[in-house]
Design a protein around this ligand. Structure first.
Ligand code: SAH
Ligand code: SF4
Ligand code: F3S
Length: 447
């Protein structure tokens, strides 16, 4: 549509990195309709929220944001312009119909597997009134639509290689919002990574809700796992760093461990969520592994790659969790010595088995346990970061820091590293001597 006027798109992303990736794809899809991104919602012709359903708070944020958007749209209408409102992502998928009732002013609701239809939906909505709702899991996948503008002048890019989840942990909405496991083909992934490298990217993060369950079709017609894919990616010239997230302990296999042993481009850092240290709770969560099995996977990875560091997610206050169960989580955290970790109070999600459990833990108990766990995690992070003082690390400088002249980058272990330097250093790898270590970041000087 070369003759159509330039239109402004305000795009806000909630939730996980897969949503960040999807947002990049949606922005690329809307470019041919002449949509340009703006960070001012008041200017936007189209407001698009890419939403997350993982915890109640995440979903509720969307409705309060929609209220604000409606006010802005009404003001714009009085001034003779209009705002289209679209909701994408996991809230759209999980409660699309409810949303159409609760927020009838929303023009378009598209699920995470249907957003490649956004351009035609927009054209349709511009012609008629009412909410268009599209939350199918269609045959033609979104990956066949526009190649995302992954680079945006950045040195680091996400590439989704796997989507959906068949694990059905009893607390989790993802199998319902993202559907069954699906792996993209090796050829498709290599092409997208190559495209990113051609745009100047040097670090790739492979994404999947359950990324190490990857089982895509290889160019030789056989099924490849993540380990084999990593070995193939490591061959690509100019690719300097590979990461992948999020992994499930059950899907760590020998090939993946071999990749950590043999590939220098594979960063020595792994986000391997365990959720709880109690075998009783792990069973109730349907995680299908014990604390001992998890620790033995960590041990094997450490033997393969001695400098590997770990992070995890934890849920506290899962139904039936006693103080003794919580203490098992505490001792697991101490045993592993995480470089960083995220922890959440259990949030009952509609449609999940755990939400129907009779023994829900009271909110104040959850809050108190979360507080204790977070203090322990922060202590561990601080110790890990302090151990970096005096070391010289390769740091990929990625963004401006909060203070003038400050640039933020990432160490191989995913630590945030702050240095002073010119903006021309952005998107380059520099060698940094670490001079300070805090709970959430390191500071250093480029040598
Ligand atoms: N696929 C990943 C997790 C995706 S969701 C995995 O298997 O680990 C990201 C994190 O959100 C989860 O690891 C979990 O810690 C948290 N989470 C998921 N559902 C939750 C719920 N109902 N309440 C609280 N936290 C939850
Ligand atoms: Fe959710 Fe992860 Fe469990 Fe899948 S493996 S159900 S995404 S927590
Ligand atoms: Fe949230 Fe959906 Fe990701 S529920 S965490 S945006 S898969």
């Amino acid at each position: 549509m070369p003759d159509s006027p330039v239109r402004k798109l305000f795009l806000k992303t909630y939730g996980c990195q897969m949503n960040v990736y999807d947002s990049q794809r949606m922005a690329a899809l809307l470019k041919p309709l002449n949509f340009e991104e703006t960070d001012d919602m008041h200017q936007a012709d189209l407001v698009l929220l890419n939403t997350c359903h993982i915890r109640e708070k995440a979903a509720e944020k969307v409705y309060s944001e929609l209220g604000r958007i409606k006010t802005i749209r009404n003001r714009r209408r009085k001034q003779g312009s209009d705002t289209l409102i679209a909701v994408a992502g996991c809230v759209a998928q999980a409660e699309g119909e409810e949303m159409a009732r609760r927020a009838p002013f929303v023009d378009m609701i598209v699920g995470p597997q249907s957003y490649h239809h956004l351009p035609e939906l927009i054209t349709k909505v511009l012609r008629q009134k009412g909410t268009a709702l599209l939350t199918d899991f269609p045959e033609v996948t979104k990956f066949d639509a526009a190649m995302p503008d992954v680079a945006h002048g950045r040195a680091s890019a996400f590439v989704t290689i796997q989507e959906g989840c068949d694990k059905f942990c009893s607390f989790c909405v993802v199998p319902y919002t993202r559907g069954a496991e699906y792996s993209r083909s090796v050829t498709e992934i290599l092409e997208e990574v190559q495209n990113a490298l051609d745009q100047g990217v040097v670090e790739i993060t492979l994404l999947g809700q359950n990324v190490n369950a990857y089982h895509g079709q290889g160019p030789d017609g056989t099924v490849w796992g993540l380990g084999r894919l990593l070995f193939a990616l490591a061959e690509l010239p100019r690719l300097q760093r590979i990461r992948y997230t999020t992994s499930h302990p059950r899907d760590v296999d020998d090939d993946l461990i071999a990749a950590h042993r043999d590939l220098r481009v594979l960063m020595p850092f792994l986000h391997l969520p365990v959720q709880s240290g109690s075998d009783k709770i792990l069973r109730a969560m349907n995680r299908k592994h014990t604390q001992a099995e998890y620790l033995s996977i960590i041990e094997r990875l450490r033997q393969a790659r001695p400098d590997i560091a770990f992070s995890s997610d934890f849920i506290v206050g899962f139904p039936g969790e006693t103080e003794a169960d919580f203490e098992d989580t505490f001792s697991l955290v101490k045993a592993v010595g995480y470089a960083q970790a995220y922890s959440f109070a259990y949030s009952p999600r509609p449609g999940t088995p755990a939400s129907l459990e009779p023994l829900q833990v009271p909110e104040d108990v959850k809050r108190e346990r979360l507080h204790r766990l977070q203090a322990l995690i922060t202590e561990g992070q601080q110790a890990f970061n302090q151990a970096s003082i005096g070391k010289t690390l390769p740091v990929l400088l990625e963004s401006r820091g909060k203070k003038a002249g400050q640039i933020m980058g990432r160490s191989p272990h995913m630590q945030s590293v702050l240095v002073q330097g010119p903006e021309t250093w952005l998107n380059t790898l520099k060698t940094v001597r670490i001079t300070g270590g805090y709970a959430n970041s390191l500071i250093g000087v480029v040598v």
